[in-house]
Structures are given as structure tokens and as C-alpha cells.
Design a protein around this ligand. Structure first.
Ligand code: SAM
Ligand code: SF4
Length: 476
């Protein structure tokens, strides 16, 4: 811990201001009453793809009436369809090390828990994990780290470079995102230079008092403001692709939805671009964790919060992880989720191991243990198109989610063709017989619905190259 303190600059961003006003957010949650006319006005604002204010989001959070809730769900479903189409981007998390100096009450990696098995992947173990991920078709990863003096920005950058360097058969990793402790500006520059995609930092809860209860004040993570300011420093250091998140169940879900919306506005106002993604994990059972979860979020409220977030931040990608069980994932996906993980293993070294989760080696229990191929097939059965696209990032088009939303014709020109092409690669190289059959049917259907004849021909010719000539990595 001392080492980090000595080497890390704990200065906050230029003109830092704590933009979370607990009493304002609490009063919005408590005092706004259900109002059918306003709810409908707000829904129609959102359908015009305008981001909602914090207060407007609170009006949606107050809805209890079943019929009115259905209107929110329908709107979220339609917004997702209109703005993003039916693509779902697939990624995998890869835990690099679980040593940690913090003591977060909800986490099996917390320092005070001496029954947790600690491990950091060696370079050769890291290569083995990447090979295993490539062998089932992954192209996009998120690397995950505890907070520890040995996980310096240089170390994180090195693991990113290693991940990009491993190639097996047609497999390669084309985008590496990061979920790690907040860095200082110099640290963000170092990891950016290694070619990272999104840098994610979850605030966990925006409620100051609860934050202090969950994260002991003498730990590094106990510093609420340093964490809240993390992504602003990332932007200042040139990382303009950032992901925010809250761990639902620590405090009132409505408060934390408003916190996420406040955070989006802060980034949008300051940098002209909001977060690239929002994550909304719910707390899962974990080794050595025995919290009294007064604010546990029910499935019904979870569904509600996903739909409300979709309407509140129409231009932001939404990530739904394998923490959630299969049935819940299937249900809430339709309300605006744009990315999911598949074939997920969170034990250090888990991708080369068979068997059930061993909780004393993992951060929490996952809810969806299906393989990549099973999840891909399920997506197809539910009319989604799995996508492994990394094109915007590699073409230097940052803020892709924003462009999808803001640039007319962007989705038809780039996103849909790239989803189809990367999915075709997946089918040819990794799909099981049944997935391949279903997948090619989906691709034909998608192609047939393409309005522009010239684009259809261009995609068809690339598909022929993928299928018949073994050409790979075609994108627009
Ligand atoms: N250690 C870094 C940090 O805390 O910022 C990196 C992220 S941590 C390895 C990944 C995320 O997992 C945390 O931000 C937290 O939201 C989530 N998490 C921790 N314990 C969890 C639990 N019991 N259930 C669900 N998610 C959990
Ligand atoms: Fe460490 Fe992150 Fe777990 Fe907190 S959530 S104990 S910082 S790994």
C-alpha cells in the first residue's frame, strides 16, 4: 500500500468538483410521485434519442403502475431496436490477478480475507488463457485486476501487450478493455499507449455514507473522490473511451441509477462525450461475504432499472454480465443491452480448467455458466445477431456508441455489416454444426433486409471470401 501511495499521484483532475449531491438525489427519489402525463412526455423525449435529465430519470423511477411500466419497457425495447438494431457484442472477462490491498465488504478478494487463494497469472499462464479464449472464438476481452503494488500501470500495459501478441490458428484478440483501480494521469497514459479500448471504473455506490461503510476509509479505495474523479483524469490523460458502473444492492437502486445519470452528464458536459458503456451488476454471493443486504434488488426492479437506464442515456452501450442467471439475461437483454460476456470463467486460470466454480478462488458466484457456443445459439433463437466487431476502435473511431446514435446511416454502413462479417468468421472457425446452420440462416435473413443493393453486394462478396477462400478480419 505504501508503495502505491509513494508512487501514485493522488491529485484530482483540474477543477474537480464532487458532483454527487446526496440530499438532492435522495429527495428526488423520495418526493417525486408517479405522474402519468410527465412519464409519457419523458418517454417521447427519450424516443427522440435525447438524454434525460436526472430529474426526468427520477420521474421514471417513481413508476409503480403495471400498465405504465409496460409503456417504459415497450419504449426501451423500441429504442434499442431503432438505435442499435439486434446486434449483441460478445466479450470475455479475464482475471489477471486477485491480490488486493482494499477491503471492500462485498468482495471475496478483500485483503482481510485470508482464506481466499491468491494468484497472479504468470506470462505463460496468461498466454494459455488467451489461447483457450481464442479457441472458442473470442476477439474482445476485459482484463480484470485487484488493486495491489504489483499491478502497476506498466504491469497492466505489459499484460495488454501480451494479450494482443497471442495468436492461434485464425484466433487473435482485437480489443482489450480494462477493469482496474483508478490510476493517476501518468498511469492512464501508460495503459493507453498499450492500445487499450475502454477503461472501466465502477463507483460501486454513489451514496457517500454507504460508500464509506463498504470501503474502509484507511484503504486506497476508501477515497470516494479519487474514484469518482478517476474517469475524468482518464480523459485528461487521453483515454477518451471510458465505462462507468454501479454495484446494485449496496444502496437504494433508484439513487444509484440517478448517480449513474449524473456521472454521464458530468462527462458529457465536460468532454462533449459521455461514457462509452454503463455496467449495472447486482451483488452476487461470494466466498467469505455475509452482508445484510437491505437494498438487494429484486428481479422486477432489476428489469425496471435496465429499461430506465436505456431511456435515460440512449447513446451509451449497456453491459450485462454472467453474474445474472440465464433466464434474467434473456429477459432484460431486449431492453437495450448491447454487450454480454459468454463462456465466462472468473477463477484465475479458469479457462483451461474443467469443473464447477471454487468460490475461495473467485470474486463471486456467476449465474450464467453456459459455454460460448450455447450462448451464441440462444442469441440466434431470440433473433439477436452476435457480433465480434472491433472495427471502430481499430479504425480510430472513438465514441462509436455515440456515432451509432448520432450519425445518420452509421449503423447500416458500419455496424450491421461488421457484425455480419465477424459473426460469419465465428461460424466458420468455431461454431458447432447446429449453430453454424442457424447462424447462416440469420445472416441470410439480415442480408435480405438490407435496403441498399450496393451494400448488400459488398457484404455478400466478403462473405464469399470468408466462406470459400478462408479470408479473415474483413471489416468496414
Ligand atoms: N479491483 C478493482 C476495483 O475494485 O476497482 C477492479 C474491479 S473488481 C475486480 C470488478 C468489480 O466486481 C467491482 O468493481 C465490483 O463492482 C464487482 N464485484 C465485487 N464483488 C462482487 C460481488 N460479490 N458480486 C458482484 N459483483 C462484485
Ligand atoms: Fe479489491 Fe476490487 Fe475486490 Fe475491492 S472490489 S476488494 S478493490 S478486487
Amino acid at each position: 500500500m505504501c508503495l502505491i501511495k509513494k508512487t501514485m499521484d493522488r491529485a484530482l483532475s483540474d477543477g474537480f468538483k464532487d458532483f454527487i449531491d446526496d440530499s438532492l438525489l435522495n429527495s428526488l427519489v423520495k418526493n417525486i410521485k408517479e405522474d402519468i402525463i410527465r412519464v409519457r412526455e419523458i418517454i417521447s423525449k427519450s424516443m427522440k434519442k435525447e438524454p434525460l435529465t436526472i430529474e426526468e430519470t427520477a420521474v421514471l423511477c417513481a413508476v409503480e403502475d403495471e400498465g405504465l411500466l409496460e409503456e417504459i419497457f415497450d419504449a426501451a425495447r423500441e429504442l434499442k431496436k431503432n438505435v442499435y438494431g439486434n446486434r449483441i457484442v460478445i466479450f470475455a472477462p479475464l482475471y489477471i490477478g486477485n491480490k488486493c490491498v482494499n477491503d471492500c465488504a462485498y468482495c471475496a478478494f478483500r485483503k482481510s480475507l485470508d482464506t481466499t487463494v491468491r494468484k497472479t497469472l504468470s506470462t505463460s499462464e496468461l498466454h494459455q488463457q488467451i489461447e483457450a479464449l481464442e479457441k472458442v472464438g473470442h476477439k474482445r476481452l476485459i482484463l480484470v485486476y485487484g488493486e495491489h503494488p504489483s499491478y502497476t500501470p506498466e504491469y497492466i500495459a505489459q499484460t495488454v501487450r501480451e494479450a494482443y501478441s497471442v495468436k492461434i490458428d485464425n484466433g487473435e484478440i482485437r480489443r482489450v478493455n480494462i477493469n482496474a483501480a483508478p490510476l493517476d494521469r501518468a498511469g492512464f497514459k501508460i495503459v493507453k499507449e498499450a492500445g487499450i479500448g475502454t477503461f472501466q471504473i465502477f463507483q460501486e455506490t454513489y451514496h457517500h455514507k454507504t460508500y464509506a461503510k463498504m470501503h474502509p476509509p484507511k484503504t486506497l479505495k476508501g477515497d470516494y473522490q479519487f474514484r469518482l474523479d478517476g474517469l475524468t483524469r482518464a480523459y485528461e490523460a487521453g483515454c477518451d473511451d471510458v465505462g462507468i458502473g454501479a454495484l446494485f444492492g449496496l444502496y437504494d437502486w433508484k439513487f444509484d441509477v440517478l448517480g449513474l445519470v449524473a456521472h454521464s452528464w458530468q462527462l458529457l458536459n465536460r468532454f462533449g462525450c459521455g461514457p462509452h458503456t454503463i455496467s449495472f451488476p447486482r451483488i452476487r454471493p461470494a466466498h467469505g461475504v455475509n452482508l445484510d443486504l437491505k437494498y438487494q434488488v429484486s428481479d422486477a426492479d432489476f428489469k425496471k432499472l435496465v429499461a430506465i437506464l436505456r431511456l435515460a442515456v440512449p447513446y451509451t452501450g449497456m453491459i450485462l454480465t454472467a453474474r445474472e442467471p440465464e433466464a434474467i439475461r434473456r429477459e432484460v437483454m431486449q431492453f437495450g443491452v448491447s454487450q454480454i460476456d459468454a463462456g465466462t470463467k472468473i477463477e484465475l486460470g479458469g479457462y483451461t480448467k474443467q469443473g464447477v466454480q471454487e468460490l475461495n478462488k473467485e470474486q463471486f458466484q456467476i449465474g450464467d455458466v453456459r459455454s460460448m457456443d450455447e450462448i451464441v445459439l440462444d442469441l440466434l433463437k431470440n433473433d439477436f445477431v452476435p457480433s465480434f466487431c472491433t472495427s471502430c476502435y481499430r479504425q480510430g473511431r472513438t465514441g462509436e456508441q455515440f456515432m451509432e446514435f448520432a450519425v445518420p446511416g452509421f449503423i447500416e454502413k458500419f455496424c450491421t455489416p461488421n457484425a455480419i462479417l465477424t459473426f460469419a468468421e465465428y461460424l466458420e472457425d468455431y461454431g458447432s454444426a447446429v449453430t453454424k446452420e442457424e447462424g447462416w440462416k440469420t445472416i441470410s435473413r439480415e442480408l435480405a433486409s438490407f435496403g441498399n443493393e450496393k451494400s448488400r453486394m459488398a457484404i455478400q462478396s466478403r462473405l464469399n471470401d470468408i466462406r470459400n477462400r478462408g479470408t479473415r478480419d474483413l471489416y468496414l
